[in-house]
Design a binder for this molecule. Structure first.
Ligand code: NDP
Ligand code: 2IT
Length: 449
């Protein structure tokens, strides 16, 4: 292992996801570091892995039984070289500093790839929204913002949603920010339509991922028509991935949540997708109910004894992991390959572990890392910021056209960069180097700060 990675590990104990994310980027950029002496002179590598600022705070709120609850809140302001810190908030019991640091680190390069002026950040809490009443979620969001508000602002740091944070939570967070600051500004993205939100922002991550995958298929003269697709997750990203796949003539056959997955051999059609959206967004139920509602589907519960996820062991052409980090391990990747997978495009952040990534690359399938393929969400957040600053709204056609163009540019840039560095069609190398160069050049230009 390199001295750099060894020192990183020693300095960031107990943060395996952060080490994993940095390792993947570092291995891609070695040729750039070797060639560019300015990067070494300005010690960009050691600087870029250190958060500019990391805030952690107590969040105290009262549950419906009158009991006082305590959670831990975080905001990681990772890099502001090319714009205000930008990135989501995650509310999930697994949230810790290492997970948020990996997400904030990925966000730096993803945001750079969009071509919009956004730095990298991430935040959240170990709060678990599952099973909480609306009133409890509101009180938690208000307590969270009562501290966070002093660290953010439309030109400083602009949070958005991620796992466990959707339109409802953004509404409560925004309301509290506005009350505390007495100021209506675009300080959060993912706001509701009619109070500053952008059309297509809810759809953007899933749609963007499918656009990216469509661009990859184009390079081999293919389309989505008739392709069977595996999708994991059943939240925001998964839902709109399925929607766009249907519009393009593909057949999505799976969806999942943390209790298991459904496999629908006839395919998830528009009506069945409506069922999933109502189940997850309104009734907040479990995906198992899908198999009760539709005879063509089976539900497979999570089996902790297995060292692979059977969702990835079905015959399919394309896969869209859209739940969480490290949901595809080496065995899953091999199962996908054995079942003839042609394309894997990541909706989630870092859903494939390092072994899985290497298996995809060595089998020469079309493989898109999340920082390129899921950038449509944050890109459309950037478009929401632009609309808020202009104090006007664009139509859904206009926003979707811009999103599509941004995804096309990211694809073209990652592909061209992979070629330039002698790894043609390796989108990992292409995206990592293209994102890194933009941020590193800005850091060099701005001096040692
Ligand atoms: P949601 O909260 O809307 O949905 C998350 C989905 O993933 C749910 O089905 C959830 O199941 C499942 N899930 C979450 N954690 C786990 C886990 N530990 N094990 C198994 N299943 C799990 O989140 P999003 O759809 O917004 O986010 C999904 C992924 O996409 C994340 O990796 C996120 O970082 C990434 N992403 C999101 C963007 C956005 O704009 N929202 C943008 C770019 C990336 P359950 O309900 O049972 O917990
Ligand atoms: O991981 C991500 O890119 C997001 N959760 C979206 C971030 C944003 O600011 O829209």
């Amino acid at each position: 292992m390199s001295d750099f990675l060894q020192a990183l590990k020693a300095k960031n104990p107990g943060e395996p996801e952060f080490i994993q994310a940095v390792t993947e980027l570092y291995e891609s950029i070695i040729p750039v570091l070797d060639k560019n002496t300015a990067l070494r002179k300005h010690n960009i590598l050691d600087r870029i892995v250190e958060p500019e600022r990391l805030v952690t705070f107590r969040v105290t709120w009262t549950d419906d039984q009158g009991k006082v609850q305590v959670n831990r809140g975080y905001r990681i302001q990772m890099n502001s070289a090319i714009g205000p810190y930008k990135g989501g908030l995650r509310f999930h019991p697994s949230v810790n500093q290492g997970i948020l640091k990996f997400l904030a680190f990925e966000q730096i390069f993803k945001n750079a790839l969009t071509g919009l002026p956004m730095g990298g950040g991430k935040g959240g809490s170990d709060f678990d929204p599952k099973g909480k009443s609306d009133a409890e979620v509101m009180r938690f969001c208000q307590a969270f913002m009562a501290e966070l508000y002093r660290h953010i602002g439309p030109d400083t740091d602009v949070p958005a949603g991620d796992i466990g944070v959707g339109g409802r939570e953004i509404g409560y967070l925004f309301g509290m920010y506005k009350k505390l600051r007495n100021e209506w500004t675009g300080v959060l993205t993912g706001k509701g339509l009619g109070w500053g939100g952008s059309l297509i922002r809810p759809e953007a991550t899933g749609y963007g991922n499918v656009f990216f995958a469509e661009n990859m298929l184009e390079t081999v003269g293919q389309t989505f028509k008739g392709k069977r697709c595996l999708v994991s997750g059943s939240g925001n990203v998964a839902q709109y991935t399925i929607e766009k796949l249907l519009q393009l003539g593909a057949t999505p056959v799976t969806a999942s949540d943390s209790s298991g997955y459904i496999y629908d051999e006839k395919g998830i059609d528009t009506k069945k997708l409506e069922f999933i959206m109502d189940l997850k967004n309104n009734r907040r139920g479990r995906i198992a109910e899908y198999a009760d509602a539709f005879a063509s589907a089976v539900f497979v519960p999570v089996d902790a004894k297995l060292d692979y996820n059977p969702l990835w062991n079905h015959k399919a052409d394309c896969a869209f992991p859209s739940a969480t980090q490290n949901e595809i391990n080496g065995k899953d990747a091999q199962n996908l390959i054995n079942n003839g997978i042609q394309l894997v495009s990541e909706g989630a952040n870092m859903p494939s572990d390092l072994e899985a990534v290497n298996i995809f690359l060595s089998n020469n399938i079309l493989y898109a890392p999340g920082k390129a393929s899921n950038a449509g969400g944050v890109a459309t957040s950037g478009l929401e910021m632009s609309q808020n600053s202009l104090r006007l709204y664009w139509t859904s056609e206009e926003v979707e056209a811009r999103l599509k163009a941004i995804m096309r540019n990211i694809h073209a840039e990652a592909l061209a960069t992979s070629k330039k560095y002698g790894h043609e069609r390796n989108y990992v190398v292409g995206a990592n180097i293209a994102g890194f160069e933009k941020v590193a050049n800005a850091m060099i230009a701005q001096g040692v700060v």
